[in-house]
Ligand binder design. Structure first.
Ligand SMILES: Cc1cc2nc3c(=O)[nH]c(=O)nc-3n(C[C@H](O)[C@H](O)[C@H](O)COP(=O)(O)O)c2cc1C
Length: 443
């Protein structure tokens, strides 16, 4: 396995507030507080816990679609608007970054630019934007069928470009506040955009100036060839699905060379895999937590996911039946997510797993994230190993099973990483750009 030099920057660590610790059966625990998930106050304690651990940012994935059949059994993506939630959390925290998710497929760039810049002001420079092209939701926006992934990325490209121009078109430095002469702003510094592109026509300028902290850092999720290239051009960080060390190494190495190809430094894009953490005081306790989180609906959901993502209906197969490369549809077979399909195809090509063993792998779960089920020490060892191998720049913690995993993540795991010199033991700045080590303005 080829190694990539580890980063000499400290790890970059985010906490996902996607209520991953309530998925599967976990919301049914008596201590789950499930009734409160649409109350912003529910998230305050976790946000403050992450800030006490000096984590870089809070992170909130999002979907503009919710499946009533999923809702019948679990909260799924039933959630507050993530940008509004982050605005509420900005009032309860003062240093931690606030990374929201917003889709370039459905939300017009003028609104995106305005909402994100507003969050940046509300949080005094702590906003981040996870740029997604989305997988579902077209029916809520009058679109008959989901545009192809390549069309969504072309739109995302233009959208991000326009958003950035809207931000730079009304710089904070344009404000004069010259009471004596009656000059509020320097007209020369305010640009109308007059953008006429393939997807958008926008005159500009934006209704508010850009925050002095510099541009809102961009995150990206989606790792097909087109997705990686998009990230290498525009992103400061990637939220990655890397179920194995080999997958993370391959992704980071590839992103580094693509970033250089686009004239950026190799380390310009931080590769941050999702890390699912089912933590307990003992390994037995963690295993129990993990097992008790698995719901009776998981198998039928996995079958549907495999059908959509791999193009094979395994629901009629015997558990011992092997899935081989020869059974896979051609590469251009339409799939819901090319990222997840590629991960599954690689697994099948490498291992020809049986149906039963495939269903136990993170690749078959819909998220395909790196996973630790064990003690804080087990998680430390795994993180140190991936970091030393040069596979990660950090991670986004996805606590699993119960609130205890979240507490152990913030109160034991992250402080232990800081003790070992892999993470900060105090904030040195107050904006997300500061935490990520990005220059104040531009790159
Ligand atoms: C790890 C990961 C997380 C994602 N999170 C979201 C999300 O929160 N909301 C969303 O609408 N799409 C999300 N997506 C979907 C991507 O934005 C993209 O639409 C999808 O992966 C297809 O791109 P691809 O062809 O590069 O795979 C995510 C994808 C990945 C791989």
């Amino acid at each position: 396995m080829s190694r990539v030099p580890p980063t000499n920057r400290p790890l970059c660590i985010g906490l996902s507030l996607a209520i991953t610790w309530l998925t599967g059966n976990s919301w049914r625990r008596t201590d789950s507080l499930i009734e409160a998930i649409h109350d912003p106050d529910f998230y305050t304690e976790f946000a403050q816990m992450a800030e006490q651990a000096h984590m870089d940012f809070l992170f909130r994935p999002d979907s503009l679609f919710v499946d009533p059949d999923v809702l019948a059994h679990a909260p799924g993506f039933s959630s507050l608007d993530p940008t509004l939630l982050m605005a509420a959390l900005a009032q309860k925290t003062c240093r931690i970054g606030l990374v929201t998710t917003a889709s370039t497929t459905f939300i017009p760039p003028y609104l995106l630019a305005r909402q994100l810049q507003s969050l940046h002001h509300i949080s005094h420079g702590r906003a981040g934007w996870n740029v997604v092209t989305a997988l579902d939701g077209q029916q809520n926006f009058g679109i008959e069928s989901m545009p192809s992934a390549d069309e969504r990325y072309a739109r995302a490209d233009e959208c991000v470009n326009v958003v950035r121009q809207l931000w730079s078109g009304y710089p904070g430095s344009a404000l004069l506040h010259d009471r004596r002469r009656g000059r509020y702003a320097d007209r020369q510094q305010i640009a109308t955009l007059d953008h006429h592109g393939h997807f958008f026509d926008i005159k500009g300028p934006l209704t508010l100036p850009s925050h002095p902290a510099g541009d809102v850092p961009l995150f990206q999720a989606g790792a097909s060839d087109t997705g990686r290239d998009f990230a290498a051009r525009i992103a400061d960080a990637i939220f990655a699905a890397t179920p194995s060390l080999a997958a993370a190494l391959e992704l980071r190495k590839d992103i580094q060379s693509r970033a250089m190809h686009h004239g950026r430094s190799a380390s310009a894009v931080r590769v941050l895999p999702g890390l699912s953490l089912f933590l307990g005081d003992t390994r037995e306790e963690a295993q129990e937590l993990y097992q008790s989180s698995l719901s009776e609906h998981i198998e039928s959901r996995q079958h549907a996911f495999l059908h959509q993502t791999l193009g094979i209906d395994v629901s009629t197969f015997a558990p011992a039946q092997r899935i081989t490369q020869a059974m896979l549809p051609p590469l251009d077979h339409p799939v819901r997510s090319r990222t997840h399909s590629n991960l599954l195809r690689q697994l099948v090509a490498r291992e020809s797993p049986t149906v039963a063993s495939l269903l136990k792998r993170p690749e078959a779960s819909g998220s395909a994230h790196w996973q630790v089920v064990g003690t804080v020490e087990d998680a430390l060892v795994a993180i140190e190993h991936w970091h030393a191998a040069g596979a990660i720049d950090g991670f986004i913690a996805l606590p699993g099973g119960s609130i205890r995993s979240l507490e152990l993540t913030c109160q034991a795991l992250v402080p232990a990483l800081a003790e070992r010199g892999l993470f900060r033991n105090a904030y040195r700045g107050s904006t997300l750009r500061d935490h990520l080590g990005l220059a104040q303005a531009g790159k």
